[in-house]
Design a binder for this molecule. Structure first.
Ligand code: GRF
Length: 188
């Protein structure tokens, strides 16, 4: 069975969708959740699902010990789901081709450092884009610039608020992210 490590530091709705997907089909399992915020909602999900979690700091994130700890879980894939810190270069090299991220807009638009959550949706609305969506992509040394694996779209309606757009995006994320992970694992 493939092992997935999820990095998440927010509410964790994507982490939950991924966990539930693989609770059902058993082709893989989330074996560890890595989080940089001890208050994050995703930790409640980890506890409820009996999934081990690791809380990291800016310092431990840079350490070789972390790589060793992650290797203990023999991950086929490292999945970022609402994790905001930039992945260090040595980390990207250590797990080359195995780290993916989801961004709540159609990259290369509205990405980069500081572009997360409502800021992304506000930028889409201010730019008067008629479409937004999600981008699932490989992670490289630069924010939101790795090769695109999948994009899915939704309409941005006149008068949509950032909250309304966020809801549409979350629906796309919860549907596509687990399925893309499953396909990636099958093709490895
Ligand atoms: C998602 O919108 C994802 O695109 C972005 O961070 C958000 C995390 O949401 N990278 P959640 O914590 O999974 O609800």
């Amino acid at each position: 069975m493939d092992s997935i490590i999820v990095f998440a530091s927010g509410t964790g709705t994507n982490a939950k969708a991924i966990i539930e997907h693989f609770n059902e089909n058993k082709k893989a399992k989330v074996s560890l959740i890595v989080c940089n915020n001890p208050e994050a909602g995703v930790l409640e999900i980890a506890k409820k699902e009996h999934i081990p979690f690791l809380i990291i700091t800016k310092k431990t994130f840079q350490e070789v010990l972390l790589l060793e700890q992650l290797h203990d879980y023999q991950p086929s894939l490292i999945v970022l789901a609402g994790f905001l810190w930039k992945i260090p270069e040595h980390f990207v090299h250590e797990f080359k081709g195995k780290i993916i991220n989801i961004h709540p807009a159609l990259l290369p638009s509205h990405g980069g450092k500081g572009m997360y959550g409502a800021k992304v949706h506000d930028a889409v609305i201010n730019a008067k884009d008629r479409q937004s969506g999600i981008t699932i992509h490989e992670v490289n040394e630069r924010y939101d610039e790795g090769a695109i694996i999948l994009q899915a779209r939704c309409a941005v309606k006149e008068g949509d608020t950032a909250d309304q757009l966020a809801r549409k995006i979350h629906e796309l994320e919860h549907f596509y992210y687990p399925r893309v992970i499953e396909q990636l694992l099958a093709s490895k």
